[in-house]
Structures are given as C-alpha cells and as structure tokens.
Design a protein around this ligand. Sequence first.
Ligand SMILES: *Cc1c(COP(=O)(O)O)cnc(C)c1O
Length: 348
Amino acid sequence: MIDLRSDTVTRPTPGMRQAMATAEVGDDVYGDDPTVNHLERRVADLLGMEAALYVPSGTMSNQIALRVHCQPGDEFLIEAESHVLRYEQAAYAQFFGLSAWPVTTADQVLTPELLAPHVRPQSIHAPCTRLISLEQTHNRGGGSVIPYDSIERVCQWAREQGLVRHLDGARLWNAAVATGISPADWAQHFDTVSVCFSKGLGAPVGSALCGPRTVIERARRVRKALGGGMRQAGLLAAGALYALENHVERLAEDHANAKRLAAAIAATDGLALDPPHVDTNIVIFSVDEKLGTAAEFVSRLAELGVAVNANGPQKVRAVTHLDVSTEQIDEACSIIAGVMSHESVGSR
Ligand SMILES: *Cc1c(COP(=O)(O)O)cnc(C)c1O
C-alpha cells in the first residue's frame, strides 16, 4: 500500500529505533528524564523560546495552551477551518469553559480587518476576547504557508489589542523548510507555539508546547491534570530528538514529491487542485461530481493500492512523507490516471 492518508503514518526508521532503544531515561514527572529534558531544551532553543514541554499529542499541546492563557468565560478567535476547531472535539469547551469565535476567510489568512469585528466590547453581557490562534502550515488549507508579512501584521495588531497569540505549528517545520525562514523567526511573533514531532518529522509520539518559562511551568501542571504526565518518556523523546537532528531538512523531498503528485493531478481530466498551489507536503484536490464522490474515488484507489482520505464530499487529501519514495509517487500518479480514464471513479 502506498499510504498517502497522512504524514502521521510514518514509522520510526532503524536509526531512530536505535536512538530510542539506547536512550537514557528517568521519571519525567519528577523531572528526572535526561532525554526529555534534552528534547525540551533543544526545541525551545530552535524556536527561540525560554522553555518547552513535551506532551503526548498536538491536540493536548493546543488545549493546554488555551487553558493556560484563558479563564472560563473567555473567548478566542480562530480561523474557521483550523485543526483546533475541526478536529479537537471543542475540548476547550468540554474541559475549560472557553468559547471560540470562528473567523471565516477566503484563503485561511487572518487579518486585523477580518478579526476586528470579532473582538468583544468590554461588557457584562459579553465573553472576554482573550487570544488569537493561528495555524502554520494550514492543514485544511492544503498545507499552505501563511505568509510571513501577514503573520507579522496580525500579531502586531493583536499585541496592540492586548490579545495573547498562540500558534498551532504542528507543521511549522514544513513552513520553515519551504520558505527558508527559521522556526525561531516565525515563533517570535507568538506567546506560545505548539510543534509536532509525529507528523512529517517521523517520530512515533509527541509534540511540544513552547513559550515563556512561567507559562510553561503552568502548562506542566495542566499536562499532569489531563493525564499527560509520562514516566520514562525519554524512550519516546529520543525519537523526537533524532527526528529534529535528521528529518527536518529532508522535508524538502516531501515537498518536491507533493509538487510532482500535484502536477499529475492538475493534468488529469476530472480532477482539480483545490487550492491550486502546493506549498508543502499536502495536496488537496476535488473529484468532478459527474464521475462520482470523493468516498468512491478513495475506495477505488484503496483497491488499487493507494490510500488517501476524503476531505469533503468531493475533496480528497493526499500527504507525502518520509515513508513514500518518488518512485511510489509516480506509481500513485499512474494508478490515479488509470482510475480517471473511466467514466466513473467507483468500483466495478
Ligand atoms: C495533526 C495536527 C495537530 C495535532 O494532532 P495530534 O493528532 O493530536 O497530534 C494539531 N494541529 C494541526 C494543524 C495538525 O495537523
């Protein structure tokens, strides 16, 4: 199977497994795990932040950030297609008494003009607007890189409004490699930044929440309350450290593979890239409804050995990563062309 469902499907490489097998460990809830401590120091340095906290998932990282910045009755502003809204079960409402006000955009790029009408007046009748949350790269936006200037501008505006700025940087590494702008350059505009090790970097488990020392100390308490205090987590952190040292620069290969796949899709009748550009490792495209649904297309491809996900009634998402080679991308392209040469994409 050529598995293009997500960059989360990657398995640890032999080198990574070796690093994990030989990691020094201790009880991280006591702060005794040298490998976790090393990872937290390393990722904080890479992002130019004072401190970092290793957490089991990107979802936990984002939710902890919302918890430490906001009080019950607070509201945050966030782009309507963001991961925090679409894929995290409104955990901020379930557990922390927070509300989100989704802001609709044409291109996932938040601006002061779009946000300003959503800032609540100070009033006994209204929740308190506390924070803005951005996403880089933008997952449902097709792995798009939110332009640097727009981030600088919207974060400057938010600072002037007294709003906290959080970045869901699950794929910030991809944005950094695609643009040549360092993770620290992106991160400097935010109070906290969440990054994932288990996406394109290929580590089996974990994310980190990065920010000022006092914020991260409070985040450490929240992590424990959520059941995210892990003991000899150095085994896992070693995979993340290995990924930081060995798997960041190679993301450029995934981006090249995504562009290769996108070019083939763009050249295929009945398929259209949506968005039309591919910035990083995610390719989203639509299937002409005259030929069938995304779900039918996905199951037909699966029968032929290519796994992708439906992302909407007509939309399909394919993601490149370190477990798919350029040869496999070419094979996937010819399988897709074969399916599209028929009058319907359904099974037959
Ligand atoms: C994957 C992802 C996350 C975190 O997902 P987990 O599965 O909880 O690790 C957060 N934000 C974005 C944009 C993501 O793509």
